[in-house]
Design a protein around this ligand. Sequence first.
Ligand code: PLP
Length: 261
Amino acid sequence: MTVVALTIAGSDSGGGAGIQADLKTFQELGVFGTSALTAVTAQNTRGVHGVYPIDAQGVTAQIRAVMDDFNVGAVKTGMLFSANIIQAVAETLQSYGPSALVIDPVMIAKGGASLLLDEAVQAMKELLIPLASVITPNIPEAEVLASMSIKSDSDVVEAANRLLKLGAKAVVMKGGHRRQANYAEDLFLSAAGERFTLRSEWIETKDTHGTGCTFSAAITAQIAQGKTIAESVITAKHFIQAAIADGLTLGGGHGPTNHWA
Ligand code: PLP
């Protein structure tokens, strides 16, 4: 049986992040990918040159078109941009009953461009995070969502617990912005009490564009195929580690992680 996943995210014309990374990852992991675009970005490896949001009605219509016709095994969200779009996504998904939902709370591109308006943070916390099967913030995103600064291991645990309190069933705190000696460490925590860390060797590379999108898409593909959240996170971690190690030197800026890892 063909397994289907849905990504609700922004387009990256450079092909390394966003919808394009999600669909490539779904394909690579044996899942048929469908998509609802929230925004089009004019973007390449050097940065984001423009953001053109889709109106909320258009986002809703895309989600409905997919959900009404396919048996969607898991959904992920990436760049959502505005409070209006977040509200539309949350209401539309809820109207179909609970689905496995992976939230990558995309906020700022590596080059500094804003992919989520400040006004949208509250909507993400109140409307969307309570629907999450798992949320995958990096440290700067977790700091915004948990309203605290993160400097130590105990801060990471505290912030993760705050995200669980917002209603997410599980959280992966990605450690890529907090380099340890020669490794990075992610923390997995679930509302059901599971807890583990995933440690991986630090890879020195500039070609990491789309890492977060690819990781969350890999989790989504695994969940769609029937794995538990924890199993999905562990498998996705192996996938993204290999993808970073095999990053592509393309363009003049940050090349993409390799989706054919
Ligand atoms: N563009 C889009 C549409 C995205 O969804 C993302 C994801 O986070 C990015 C750009 C940022 O990519 P990165 O920060 O990995 O360069």
